[in-house]
Design a protein around this ligand. Structure first.
Ligand SMILES: Nc1ncnc2c1ncn2[C@@H]1O[C@H](COP(=O)(O)OP(=O)(O)O)[C@@H](O)[C@H]1O
Ligand SMILES: O=C(O)C1=C[C@@H](OP(=O)(O)O)[C@@H](O)[C@H](O)C1
Ligand SMILES: [Mg+2]
Length: 174
C-alpha cells in the first residue's frame, strides 16, 4: 500500500518517454514536489550520468541507482521519476510492489524522435532504433510487472499524458 511515507506517484518507463517532463507537470498539478533519481545521482556524485557510465561503468551506476531509489522511496512523498533501467534490479521491483507505479509507454518511432539526437543517453548513442528495440525486449515485461497502470504517450503532449495519469489513478488536483 502507499502510505504516508511513500510517493504519491512513481513513474517508470524507457528513456525519453517523458518521465521527467510529465513528473514535473504532475507535481505542479498535485501541488507537491518532484524528485528524479537520475538527478539525485548527478547531485551526489557531482558528474553527469554519461560520465558515470563511461568512467565508472554501468554496474557502478546501477549500484548508485539502486541506493538512490531506496532513499527516494523512503523519503519522498511527492512525484518520483526513476531512470529507465532502475527496474532491472529485482530488489527495486520488490520495493515498488504496492506503490502507485505508472508505466509510461511509447512505440519505437516515438522513442527515436524523442531520444535519437540526445547524446546524454549513453545506452542509445550508436544505433538508437536497434538499441531501443533490444532494451525494450529485455525490459517490457519488467515495466509491466511493477506497474499498477500503463499510460501510452504516443501522439500525446506531456500535459495530456499528465491528465491521463491523474485520471487513471483518480488523483485530485491541488
Ligand atoms: N509527450 C511528449 N511528447 C513529445 N515530446 C515529449 C513528450 N514527453 C517528453 N518529451 C520530450 O522527450 C524528451 C525526453 O523527455 P524526458 O522527460 O527527459 O524523458 P525521460 O525522463 O523518460 O527520459 C524531452 O526532449 C522531452 O521534451
Ligand atoms: O534506461 C536506462 O538504462 C537509463 C535511463 C536514463 O534515465 P531516463 O530514463 O530518465 O532517460 C539514465 O538513468 C541512464 O542513462 C540509463
Ligand atoms: Mg529522466
Amino acid at each position: 500500500m502507499s502510505g504516508p511515507g511513500s510517493p504519491v506517484v512513481v513513474l517508470v518507463g524507457p528513456m525519453g518517454v517523458g518521465k521527467s517532463t510529465v513528473g514535473s507537470l504532475l507535481a505542479e498539478r498535485l501541488g507537491t514536489t518532484y524528485r528524479d533519481t537520475d538527478a539525485d545521482i548527478v547531485a551526489a556524485e557531482g558528474k553527469e550520468i554519461s560520465d558515470i557510465f563511461v568512467n565508472d561503468g554501468e554496474p557502478h551506476f546501477r549500484e548508485l541507482e539502486r541506493q538512490a531509489v531506496r532513499t527516494a522511496v523512503a523519503e519522498h512523498r511527492g512525484v518520483l521519476a526513476l531512470g529507465g533501467g532502475a527496474i532491472l534490479d529485482a530488489g527495486t521491483r520488490e520495493l515498488l510492489s504496492g506503490l502507485p507505479v505508472v508505466y509510461l509507454s511509447m512505440d519505437v518511432e516515438e522513442a527515436v524522435k524523442r531520444t535519437g539526437l540526445n547524446v546524454a543517453r549513453p545506452l542509445l548513442a550508436v544505433n538508437p532504433r536497434k538499441q531501443w528495440r533490444e532494451l525494450m525486449e529485455a525490459r517490457r515485461h519488467l515495466y509491466t510487472e511493477v506497474a499498477r497502470i500503463v499510460v501510452a504517450t504516443d501522439g500525446r503532449t506531456p500535459e495530456e499524458v499528465a491528465e491521463a495519469v491523474l485520471d487513471s489513478l483518480e488523483l485530485k488536483e491541488a
